[in-house]
Design a protein around this ligand. Structure first.
Ligand SMILES: Cc1cc2nc3c(=O)[nH]c(=O)nc-3n(C[C@H](O)[C@H](O)[C@H](O)COP(=O)(O)O)c2cc1C
Length: 178
């Protein structure tokens, strides 16, 4: 049975909705899923999984502090263990998926891409293959202007049920490809 870990951080719930949809997708194809808030994932060994999924909102086009600390703490430990090697040779069968929710009020998806690529580097450095980065447009809760007249227009209610169904479907397809 293939194993996936879903590790996420959320403040206003958008990223959790995406994490839930991803979990449903994996479970539908019979994956063994560990589903953890980042606070619960201390000490988790990425190498115990076929696929590690990391989710967070974009905060100032980067990862929010709790996620940054998690990623950096793990990398420091992996470095000590000699897992960060010159030229980052690929470790067969070890994969990562990055998912990032964002509202893009100023420059759209460009506010999320740097965060997704940054998070992916923590995996590429230890030889994981980053299968994809998923950027999910989401309401900016508590900020009406950013949710209605920002670069992405009216994003209230996002991610919608349909958006989440699509994420579940994409997860199913990704899981089947492993
Ligand atoms: C402190 C803070 C900073 C944010 N910075 C950005 C940003 O730079 N770019 C962006 O697109 N969205 C930004 N957002 C919006 C969130 O990324 C977005 O609403 C996200 O979906 C929230 O995720 P959550 O509900 O899982 O906490 C910010 C939100 C907060 C609270």
């Amino acid at each position: 049975m293939k194993k996936a870990a879903i590790i996420y951080w959320t403040k206003t719930g958008n990223t959790k909705k995406v994490a839930d949809a991803i979990k449903e997708g994996f479970e539908a194809v019979g994956f063994d899923v560990s589903y953890l808030r980042v606070e619960e994932a201390k000490g988790l060994d990425y190498f115990d999984y076929d696929l590690v999924c990391i989710g967070f909102p974009s905060y100032e086009w980067s990862t929010p502090r709790p996620m940054t600390i998690f990623l950096r703490t793990n990398l420091a430990k992996q470095r000590k263990e000699g897992l960060v090697k010159a030229s980052a040779p690929k470790v067969p069968g070890k994969n990562a998926l990055i998912f990032c929710t964002y509202s893009g009020p100023h420059t759209g998806i460009n506010e999320a891409i740097p965060a997704g690529l940054y998070a992916g580097q923590f995996f590429e450095h230890i030889g994981f293959t980053v299968l994809d980065e998923w950027y999910v447009l989401s309401e900016f809760h508590g900020h009406d202007k950013a949710s209605t007249i920002g670069k992405m227009g009216d994003i209230r209610g996002k991610p919608t049920k349909e958006d989440l169904m699509k994420i579940k479907e994409d997860t199913l397809n990704l899981a089947k490809s492993l």
